[in-house]
Design a protein around this ligand. Structure first.
Ligand code: SF4
Length: 343
């Protein structure tokens, strides 16, 4: 901000943003509390997930794990089960690891500052700022994609939001605007403005509390912001799974490697070469993740003799399950569909 007039102008903008929040904020269950545990859970659920989709997960998760100690005591499989269908399962595994850190390393005390919160597994600058501002009144901006979009439009700022320098640049730009008395409400107001009004396409500028100051709107250049120069590369991966069934049972294994779908369950990927001729059905599925496209082939083999099924299972340490047992385990989405169809 260059001069005092501009400063005064933006002070009014801060006030208008917070007043707008008082009138139009979305009523969400995590907005009824300042419990850092609940705010943390809600923020992690809402990464990569829409509010309407995340609501029931939030309720179920908090009901089963009402405190950080309950989460710490649970086992991985159960935590994943409460995430089943939400995707991006590393979020759930990181929640579990962070609960461990809080209980074991931080003497059961939830970290209370923007910098201390970032020591928690899976908590980056955005989540740390959201918790620090909402629960502990620390005046830091919680910068995510919504913030980049809203503020690059308000300032008609051409800084490349896909650059690694975008965060420190926007942090300095937005910091003076954060309401010192109500930083949590300011951050939540921008989250709401970004998702309800200042959408990527056709923003609703008429109802926006920033419409007076918004340079992109005043220049009629809204669609030009934010500026994103780097294109995300998409990696293509081919996967082969064998759905091996004997009567009501089929074989699975737990993924262990430090790669996608870590700790989830999957079908066998290895079988003896001479088994391949017994494939009776094949299904090809394409599944898109944020930076990857997976081309998956599912091959079905129906085994006729129990001893052959048992031998294969012990040779490769596969786990034998029926449909009911499989429901207690978490599989990646495309595998869940195959279980529904072939299980
Ligand atoms: S006036 Fe329009 S473009 Fe500017 S911040 Fe508001 S919704 Fe976004």
């Amino acid at each position: 901000m260059k001069n005092n007039i501009e400063k005064a102008c933006f002070l009014k903008l801060t006030q208008r943003i917070v007043s707008w929040y008082d009138l139009y904020r979305r009523n969400l269950p995590w907005r009824e509390t300042q419990d850092p545990y609940k705010i943390w859970i809600s923020e992690i659920i809402l990464q990569q997930t829409r509010v309407d989709q995340g609501l029931s997960y939030y309720y179920n998760f908090i009901k089963r794990f009402p405190t950080v100690k309950e989460l710490y005591r649970a086992d991985n499989d159960e935590v994943l089960l409460y995430w089943k269908g939400l995707g991006y399962y590393s979020r759930a595994l990181n929640l579990h690891k962070a609960a461990y850190q809080i209980v074991e390393e931080f003497n059961g005390k939830f970290p209370k500052s923007f910098s201390a919160l970032q020591q928690m597994k899976g908590v980056g600058k955005y989540t740390a700022a959201a918790i620090a501002s909402i629960c502990f009144g620390e005046a830091v901006p919680a910068i995510d994609g919504n913030f980049y979009r809203v503020f690059s439009r308000i300032f008609a700022d051409e800084f490349d939001v896909s650059s690694t320098k975008a965060y420190p640049y926007f942090y300095q730009l937005i910091l003076p605007l954060v309401d010192k008395d109500r930083p949590g409400d300011f951050n939540q107001a921008i989250m709401d403005i970004g998702s309800q009004l200042c959408k990527p396409k056709n923003p609703d500028c008429e109802h926006c509390p920033a419409k007076q100051e918004c340079r992109a709107r005043n220049l009629n250049q809204v669609e030009m912001f934010p500026v994103k120069k780097k294109k995300q590369k998409v990696e293509i991966l081919n996967l082969q799974y064998y759905f091996i069934k004997y009567k009501n049972d089929f074989l699975i294994q737990q993924r262990d490697e430090n790669f996608i779908w870590k700790k989830l369950y999957e079908f066998p990927t290895l079988i003896p070469d001479d088994w391949k001729e017994y494939v009776s059905l094949e299904k090809k599925v394409q599944h898109k993740l944020t930076h990857r496209t997976l081309n998956i082939t599912f091959s079905r083999i129906d085994v006729q003799h129990e001893n052959i099924f048992e031998d294969l299972s012990s040779q490769y340490s596969y786990i034998k399950v029926n449909l009911i047992q499989a429901q207690r385990k978490t599989f990646p989405k495309p595998l869940e569909s195959i279980i529904q169809e072939w299980g």
